[in-house]
Design a protein around this ligand. Structure first.
Ligand code: FEO
Ligand code: CA
Ligand code: CA
Length: 651
């Protein structure tokens, strides 16, 4: 479901009031500047790193200065499909889609086939989790660019008892076993996959690489907030370890071949925040993170059987969620690590790029209406000779929140204790405090309130950074923040994409320039904009969410929300970012009834596009399904799309 649908009604406090300039005024101002700059935009070849693309030998990191091929205009050659409403995955002519793995499929030998009437937590811990989200292809062996054999990482964002359990209508109290199945269906999976001789892909259920991580897997907490008093609980008096990760939505991978998996809407698992005394300073923090202000029957009632989810009993437990978690997918025994230096918020994704300085930079969006875009810059540099030497690189560095100014400039505002407003005088007590209360620190700095920042990705050819804003139907309403230049639409039902260029094409820069790249919607709607490409030649698109680049610099966009905004299924589109085809949005794939396309990722030669088809049949129930995809029972799945003629997808 979209966040709008599962929002609890608690909207982030807003401070801006009054009317801003009209949409037309803002757009005209931005676009005329774009025209003025058009001839002056220089794209230096700065290579963002895909899986394996930054590694050579055994886990060694290549310098990022190798020139990438220049962006090719019109490198997309497929004939776009029309939006679709059938209950099957549809792809462009000449392409194939195949279901690679579905919820419940066994990841280990000697498991019976999935049976919806025989679910236990012990079985679910050994099967693919629910609601596939972030996908990544990590080549085998580590450090190679092998395009035909690798590890597939897959997040499992959340569970939906109505679509999981017979007779569960979302109202009756879940059983202890059902709750434990739900915990076991969260987290992530690692699967060993390979391409077969006929071009199809399969996963190997006997591989020792396969792994499940769940909402009960022991994890370590590291970085500046580790051990802080706010992270200490009865079960963990040291504040350095935690059971599980929650609501892992997007993610990314590092130049050294680890996965960054992101906790997003963790707020919805916690109960009884209202029982904290008003004088307890934690109450306001929980409110700023949208924890439910009143307890009522909700989707998740885990506190009934696991009291750590009851804030009245364990008021610090929510502070242990909302982090980026680093995992080595190549080591099934690796203890996942929550990296507190990257901040605590509803992380949609974490995209790591290697700067020319050798530092690693991680971009992330905070997916809530009127929240912020962030980046982290490591203090240290990547060790190109020793993979393991990089494993603590994300513990030390600077986190920034973005301010987008109306003149097309931007500033990265450092979230550093003692600097600017982040002082004792304003209630901040330490760097740990700043990180645990990242949102409030960014509020104090005056970062720009965005239209639900989702994925952020760097173009591997130009080095420009793209930021997907999925929608914000409350902008400009009832005293909520008015449109601004970077979020120019009131009632932004269709979302948009911002294109940023770091000053000096340096990912570590503290200033940048930015443009509107796409204002999504039905191209017949005059408020849409496709980087100047003629509207009558582009595919309709709404609600850009997860994005990815192919190695030629084409932007691929997965959507979440088209059933609401455009009344068609969610989809995958591709769009060139440079050359005459810049802005030419074309639809490659359509999902199925009730789904979102939650994530997409290429293998190392772009010959396979992996995508998560999440929550098919949402809105129905197990007994009264609205979708029977993929094979009779609606089951979230990862599909792989290939070019029937071979070669890269899209080209
Ligand atoms: Fe889980 Fe931001 O979508
Ligand atoms: Ca992405
Ligand atoms: Ca998402």
């Amino acid at each position: 479901m979209t966040f709008d649908q599962r929002a609890t009604g608690a909207v982030a406090e807003v401070s801006e009031h009054g009317k801003g300039p009209t949409f037309e005024e803002i757009l005209r101002r931005r676009l005329s500047r774009r025209q003025a700059l058009k001839a002056g935009v220089v794209a230096t070849a700065v290579v963002a790193l895909g899986p394996g693309r930054g590694l050579n030998g055994v886990g060694q990191v290549e310098a990022s200065t190798a020139a990438a091929p220049a962006a090719q205009a019109g490198t997309l050659t497929f004939a776009p499909i029309r939006p679709d409403t059938t209950d099957q995955v549809t792809v462009a002519e000449g392409y194939r889609s195949q279901v690679l793995v579905s919820w419940g499929d066994p990841l280990f030998p000697d498991l019976p086939p999935f049976d919806v009437n025989n679910q236990t937590a012990a079985l679910q811990e050994r099967r693919l989790g629910f609601n596939s989200d972030f996908v990544a292809y990590m080549p085998l062996p580590v450090g190679t660019r092998n395009p035909v054999e690798g590890l597939l990482w897959n997040n499992h964002e959340y569970t939906d008892g109505t679509m999981m359990f017979p007779g569960y209508d979302g109202k009756r109290t879940p059983t202890a076993e059902e709750v434990d199945v739900e915990l076991a269906a969260h987290g992530a999976s690692v699967l060993h996959i390979r391409r077969n001789g006929d071009g199809s892909w399969t996963y190997d259920s006997t591989s020792s690489y396969n792994r499940r991580i769940t909402a009960t897997t022991p994890m370590r907490i590291s970085g500046p907030a580790a051990g802080a008093a706010m992270l200490q609980t009865d079960a963990d008096p040291a504040g350095t370890s935690v059971l599980g990760m929650l609501n892992n939505c997007g993610g990314g991978w590092t130049p050294w071949g680890t996965i960054l998996t992101c906790e997003e809407n963790f707020h919805q698992y916690f109960y009884n925040a209202e029982q904290l005394a008003d004088s307890d300073p934690r109450k306001a923090v929980h409110a700023r993170y949208d924890l439910p202000p009143s307890s009522r029957d909700r989707d998740f009632r885990w506190h009934l059987y696991h009291e750590r989810f009851d804030i009245a009993k364990h008021p610090n437990e929510p502070f242990r969620f909302g982090w980026v978690v680093e995992v080595d997918p190549y080591d099934p025994t690796f203890t996942p690590i929550k990296r507190t230096a990257l901040g605590r918020f509803k992380h949609e994704a974490s995209t790591a790029v290697l700067a020319q300085t050798g530092q690693v930079v991680v971009y992330s969006g905070d997916d809530q209406r009127f929240d912020y875009v962030y980046k982290f810059v490591s203090a240290g540099t990547v060790n190109t000779a020793d993979r393991a030497a990089n494993f603590d690189l994300l513990d030390t560095g600077t986190l920034y929140a973005a301010r987008f100014d109306d003149d097309g400039s931007g500033t990265w505002l450092p979230l550093v204790y003692g600097q600017g407003p982040l002082t004792e005088a304003n209630g901040f007590t330490s760097q740990a405090d700043v990180l645990i209360r990242t949102r409030q620190a960014a509020d104090a700095l005056g970062a720009t309130r965005m239209d639900r920042p989702e994925d952020v990705e760097a173009n591997p050819v130009s080095g420009k950074v793209y930021m997907a804003m999925t929608n914000n139907t409350q902008r400009g309403a009832d005293g909520r923040p008015a449109p601004n230049a970077a979020n120019p639409r009131p009632n932004n039902a269709f979302g948009h994409v911002v294109e940023a260029t770091e000053d000096g094409n340096d990912f570590t820069a503290t200033t940048f320039r930015w443009e509107i790249f796409i204002l999504a919607g039905d191209p017949a709607d005059p408020s849409t904009y496709f980087a100047g490409f003629p509207n009558d030649q582009v595919s309709p698109i709404g609600n850009p969410d997860n994005i990815a680049f192919d190695s030629r610099g084409n932007l691929w966009i997965a959507t979440d929300g088209q059933p609401n905004s455009l009344k068609v299924h969610d989809a995958i589109h591709a769009v060139p970012t440079e050359g005459p085809g810049r802005g030419h949005v074309q639809q490659l794939l359509s999902g199925v009834v009730g789904c979102e396309v939650a994530s997409l990722a290429f293998n190392t030669d772009d010959s396979a596009l992996f995508a998560s088809i999440q929550h098919p049949g949402e809105g129905g129930s197990l007994e009264q399904p609205t979708s029977t995809w993929p094979n009779g029972l609606a089951r979230s799945s990862v599909v792989v799309v290939t070019n029937a003629a071979g070669g890269p997808v899209g080209a």
